[in-house]
Design a protein around this ligand. Structure first.
Ligand code: UD1
Length: 365
C-alpha cells in the first residue's frame, strides 16, 4: 500500500501529525508521502506547526498560496495531479474541510485513486460556509469515511453512503491534543512571552475569530466587538489574531478596549498553554470547539450553528450566535454559575490515528 497524505491549511496540520506518527510506529513499514498544498504559507500559520508537531518536511510543496476559492482550488488540483502521476498512490488521505481537502479529493478520484476522508460526515446545514461545500463534495466521492462523532455516521447514512464505507474511529485532532499536552507539562513555557503574559494576567478569557461570516461583514464584526468590550471590563481577553481578521481590524478601525490583548497568530503549544487554563474560550473555530470539550474547558461558540453537535450535547460548548446580546447573555449566565460540566465524547481517547491506519492496512494488505 502506498499513501499520499495531504495537508494544506492550519487546521489540517494537527490532524496529519498523529497519522504520520501512527504510520511511523507500525511494525511493518507502510509507504507514504506527505504533500503540503501551500494554502497557508506564513511561518506562524504553517512552519511553526510542522516544527512543534514533529511533522516531517513535506515530500512535495505545491505553493498554492491565497486567492479566490476557484483560483486556490484550481491551482492545487493542477499541481496535485502531477504528484499523483509521479507517485501512483493506492490511497489519498485528506483531512478536514478546507479548500485543499476538496481539491485533492476530486483530483485523486478522477484518476481512479481511492480517497480516504478523515473527519467525514460533519454537517452544519449552512451553505454559506465554504467548508460545508467542501465537506459535502469530499464525502460524496470518498471511499473510506472516518468519522469523529456519531452524528457524522447518521449524516452519511442519510445521504445514501454505504454502511461498510463508514468507520467511527474517534478524533485525530484529540490524539494530537493529548500528545502535545502530555509533553507540554515538562516544558518551560513559563519563561516564554505567552507564559509571562499568562502569569501577569492571572484570570483571562481566550478568543479566536476568523470566520468570513463574522469578520468580513463590518456590522456583524462591530456587534461582536461591542460584546467583547463589555466582557473585557470584568475579564481581560487574550486574542491571537488570524490574518483575515487582522485585515478587517486594520481597515475598519473598530474601537477595541485596551483589555483585549491582540497577539500575532500563536504556535500550537503557545495557544494550548493559554487556552487550557482560561476561564472560558470564545471562538468561531471548528477545532477549538472540540479541543475545549476534550479538556473540559468552557467554550462559547460565536456562530449560529455547528457541524460538531457532540460538543454541545455532551461537551462544554455553548452556541451563542454572532449578536452582541447573545454573547452577553451567555456570559452573564456563565458568571452566575450556570456553567456546563460536559464529558469527553466516545473514542476521543488519543488512538484514532492507529485505528485509521489499522483499517487502511486491512483494506490494502
Ligand atoms: C482557511 C479555511 C478555513 C479554516 C482556516 C483556518 C477554506 C475555505 N478555509 O480559511 O476552513 O478554518 O483556514 O485558518 O479552506 N493569509 C496569510 N497567511 C497565510 C494564509 C492566509 O496572510 O499563511 C491571509 C491571506 O490574506 C488570505 C487570508 O489570510 O487571503 C485568508 O486565507 P484563506 O486560506 O483564504 O482562508 P482562511 O480564512 O485562512
Amino acid at each position: 500500500m502506498k499513501l499520499l497524505l495531504v495537508a494544506g491549511a492550519r487546521p489540517n496540520f494537527m490532524k496529519i501529525a498523529p497519522i504520520v506518527r501512527a504510520l511511523r510506529n507500525r511494525p511493518l513499514p507502510i509507504l507514504w508521502k506527505l504533500v503540503h498544498t501551500g494554502q497557508h504559507y506564513d511561518y506562524d500559520m504553517s512552519g511553526s506547526f510542522f516544527n512543534e508537531l514533529e511533522i516531517p518536511d513535506p515530500d512535495y510543496h505545491l505553493e498554492a498560496g491565497s486567492g479566490t476559492h476557484a483560483q486556490q482550488t484550481a491551482k492545487i488540483m493542477v499541481e496535485f495531479e502531477k504528484v499523483c502521476v509521479a507517485e501512483a498512490p493506492d490511497v489519498v488521505v485528506v483531512v478536514g474541510d478546507v479548500n485543499s481537502t476538496l481539491a485533492c479529493s476530486i483530483t485523486a478520484k478522477k484518476m481512479g485513486i481511492k480517497v480516504s476522508h478523515v473527519e467525514a460526515g460533519l454537517r452544519s446545514g449552512d451553505w454559506a460556509m465554504p467548508e460545508e461545500v467542501n465537506r459535502v463534495v469530499t464525502d460524496s466521492i470518498s471511499d473510506h469515511l472516518f468519522v469523529t462523532e456519531k452524528s457524522g455516521r447518521e449524516n452519511l447514512l442519510q445521504e445514501g453512503k454505504r454502511r461498510e464505507s463508514i468507520y467511527f474511529v474517534g478524533h485525530v485532532m484529540v490524539d494530537n491534543l493529548l500528545y502535545v499536552k502530555n509533553g507540554l507539562d515538562g516544558e518551560k513555557l513559563e519563561d516564554s512571552e505567552t507564559g509571562k503574559l499568562k502569569k501577569s494576567l492571572g484570570e483571562y478569557a481566550f478568543l479566536t475569530l476568523h470566520r468570513p461570516s463574522n469578520v468580513d461583514e463590518p456590522k456583524t464584526f462591530s456587534d461582536i466587538i461591542c460584546a467583547l468590550n463589555e466582557i473585557s471590563r470584568e475579564l481581560p481577553i487574550v486574542f491571537p489574531v488570524h490574518p483575515r481578521t487582522r485585515r478587517q481590524l486594520d481597515q475598519n478601525g473598530f474601537g477595541l478596549s485596551n483589555s483585549i490583548l491582540l497577539l500575532s497568530p500563536l504556535s500550537f503549544k503557545e495557544s494550548l498553554h493559554l487556552w487550557k487554563d482560561a476561564v472560558f474560550v470564545l471562538t468561531d473555530s471548528g477545532g477549538l470547539q472540540e479541543e475545549t470539550t476534550a479538556l473540559g474547558v468552557p467554550c462559547f461558540t460565536i456562530r449560529e450553528n455547528t457541524e460538531r453537535p457532540v460538543t454541545i450535547e455532551e461537551g462544554t460548548n455553548t452556541l451563542v450566535g454572532s449578536s452582541s446580546s447573545g454573547i452577553l447573555s451567555a456570559y452573564r449566565d456563565f458568571r452566575s454559575g450556570k456553567a456546563k460540566k460536559g464529558r469527553v465524547p466516545e473514542l476521543w481517547d488519543g488512538h484514532a490515528a492507529d485505528r485509521i491506519v489499522d483499517i487502511l492496512s486491512e483494506r490494502f494488505p
